[in-house]
Design a protein around this ligand. Structure first.
Ligand SMILES: O=P(O)(O)OC[C@H]1O[C@H](O[C@H]2O[C@H](CO)[C@@H](O)[C@H](O)[C@H]2O)[C@H](O)[C@@H](O)[C@@H]1O
Length: 277
């Protein structure tokens, strides 16, 4: 699984890295947070970026056009848990792009009414569905995530709850977003592909982007991969990096480069910085 060097698996990935070398100032690097910059842990509140992640991002930021952290987490949580407060040149697109943090400024819209309805109904619904011990609700303000990682059989627990959660999402006008032993009920209309395309559009200028590299680990990152595929079809090079795990294999199947979890992602960021100085 691990690629010990910067050698991608695909020729499209090779083209992307060549474009990065040639025009780094117009390059866009997108990175997911949980499972990509931050090792997966049982309690979402305890997740923190790999200790070498923020220093690697700080080295890379002045060398490229923009670095975006594109995450399902609230933007402020990703900044705090990522140690990103002091890192210049980073944009954090939180809650799948609904929220934004840049230069110390946080923009958070009002959540749609369905979120409050889900918050009110979820405890009784989980109890009625026989949610196994260890089921945990993470309230993210704009979304509620039902986690089963701490259950004795996480996948069995998630499969048991999936139907009622998807039905609740439909009734409340929300979207059910699956992830690593989690199912989130979140506002629809946004995803990581929409977030990435929006960032590119607002900075549009001749020659930009020279390349878009995106690293992710989970199903929610497939929308960003799809955005890269679209860009490639329009002639813009792209590199799809997978932070590999045994829990989700869908990204590895599409990736140009598979690295070994957050430690591998940080190593990649260091190698990119060394390549560009
Ligand atoms: O877009 P991301 O940055 O990858 O966020 C996706 C969800 O990640 C978090 O859950 C995952 O990480 C937890 C901490 O390691 C882990 O316990 C859980 O099993 C994973 O699914 C986060 O808690 C969610 O809110 C994010 O949406």
């Amino acid at each position: 699984m691990t690629s010990p060097s910067l050698k991608p698996l695909t020729s499209a990935g090779d083209d992307g890295l060549a474009a990065l070398r040639k025009a780094p100032g117009d390059a866009v690097l997108g990175l997911d947070f949980d499972g990509t910059l931050a090792p997966i842990v049982e309690d979402p509140a305890q997740a923190r970026a790999h200790p070498a992640a923020a220093p690697a991002l700080a080295r890379l930021a002045p060398l490229v056009g923009v670095i975006a952290i594109v995450t399902g987490r609230p933007a402020a949580v990703a900044v705090e848990h990522g140690g990103l407060e002091g890192v210049d040149g980073i944009v954090v697109l939180g809650q799948y792009g609904l929220e934004r943090w840049e230069g110390g400024e946080l923009t958070v819209p009002e959540p749609p009414p369905g979120v409050a309805e889900v918050r009110a109904k979820l405890p009784a619904l989980l109890a009625a569905a026989g949610a196994p011990e260890g089921t945990h609700v993470e309230d993210k303000g704009h979304a509620l995530a039902v986690h089963t990682r701490r259950c004795a059989e996480p996948q069995v627990a998630l499969d048991r709850l999936r139907g009622v959660l998807e039905a609740l999402a439909e009734r409340t006008g929300l979207q059910a977003e699956p992830g690593r032993y989690v199912l989130e009920l979140r506002p629809s209309g946004m995803d990581k592909g929409v977030a990435l395309r929006g960032l590119l559009a607002e900075r549009a200028r001749p020659g930009f982007p020279s390349v878009v590299l995106y690293a992710g680990d989970d199903l929610g990152d497939l929308a960003a991969y799809a955005a890269i595929d679209e860009l490639r079809a329009q002639g813009v090079p792209g590199v799809k990096v997978c932070s590999g795990s045994t829990e989700v294999t869908a990204l590895a199947e599409q990736a140009d480069l598979v690295v070994d979890g957050p430690a591998g992602v940080v190593e990649l960021l260091d190698r990119l910085a060394a390549m560009l100085v």
